[in-house]
Design a binder for this molecule. Structure first.
Ligand code: SAH
Length: 263
């Protein structure tokens, strides 16, 4: 059956990467785990196309997690996972993208281990990789972008993100900013103040990998404007750096319009 050999025992937990939304970007292992689980706890960010791959016989529990909206707190989620595994169930904790990137995996791993429950990770395609694919661009560039940095600029409403901009303002790096839409003005001002050129290429990708995705190309000093006016309310990743100069989005038409609007 689908789960043979993947579950080393009942009463264990897999943290599974659901990828960015397109169900075709799910790993085969993730699909096997979904098919053979007893229960799946999933985030709000997990796309409907992926959720549709979960058989009707598998219990499916949404544990929320969209920024600014009501969701279960992390401790309750940890406890729900542990409780399900303690009654010998095969538990999948399904998370958007890759579980090890801004996915609160540490807390869940620790909670399982503290309860003596076997827990493993099935990786997924992270948002930055999906965004690069939508932009038709490489995140690294020989000689020009030698470093790729994943950073989160998540802020609690109105606060200023606690980020060391000087450490990030490297012309030879590509920055992938997660949860950065609300903090776009801080990101732009912080990086420019720390020495990045104002015309550093920037790409915003909302709903990467999905048919409703939006891609926008702009420059660092125009990022706040773009983040405010160009996006809807889906999850968006901001990519910054010289590597983005070569972006050639799948949605050419839309992106060209924005480029012109930004000039
Ligand atoms: N573990 C996830 C990240 C979770 S943090 C991963 O590896 O992708 C949530 C943030 O991820 C969102 O605020 C957004 O910045 C980004 N994100 C997730 N899915 C996305 C998507 N389909 N398109 C663009 N950004 C996405």
């Amino acid at each position: 059956m689908a789960g043979d050999g993947i579950w080393n025992q009942d009463g264990s937990v897999w943290l599974v990467g659901a990828g960015p939304g397109d169900p075709d970007l799910l790993t085969r292992k993730a699909e096997r785990l979904l098919q053979s689980a007893d229960v799946v706890f999933h985030d709000a960010l997990v796309g409907i196309g992926v959720l549709n791959l979960i058989p009707a016989s598998v219990e499916r529990i949404s544990v929320g997690k969209r920024s600014g909206r009501h969701s279960k707190d992390q401790r309750s989620i940890d406890q729900m996972i542990v409780d399900a595994a303690l009654v010998s169930r095969r538990v999948v904790r399904l998370k958007g993208g890759d579980p090890s990137i801004f996915g609160r995996a540490t807390e869940e791993l620790a909670a399982c281990r503290a309860a003596g429950i076997a827990v493993r990770i099935c990786p997924g395609v992270t948002a930055a990789s999906a965004a690069a694919a939508d932009l038709g661009v490489s995140l690294t560039l020989r000689g020009l972008a030698r470093r790729l940095t994943f950073v989160t600029a998540h802020v609690v409403r109105g606060a200023v993100p606690d980020v060391d901009w000087a450490a990030l303002a490297d012309r030879q790096a590509t920055l992938a900013v997660y949860m950065g839409k609300a903090a776009a003005a801080h990101v732009s001002a912080g990086l420019i103040a720390a020495g990045l050129p104002r015309d550093t290429p920037v790409a915003l990708v909302e709903n990467a990998s999905l048919p409703e995705r939006l891609t926008f190309l702009t420059r660092l000093d125009l990022l706040p404007l773009a983040a405010k006016s160009a996006l809807r309310d889906g999850p968006a990743v901001i990519l910054i750096g010289e590597a983005l100069r070569g972006a050639c989005p799948v949605d050419q038409f839309q992106s060209r319009e924005v480029l012109h609007a930004g000039k």
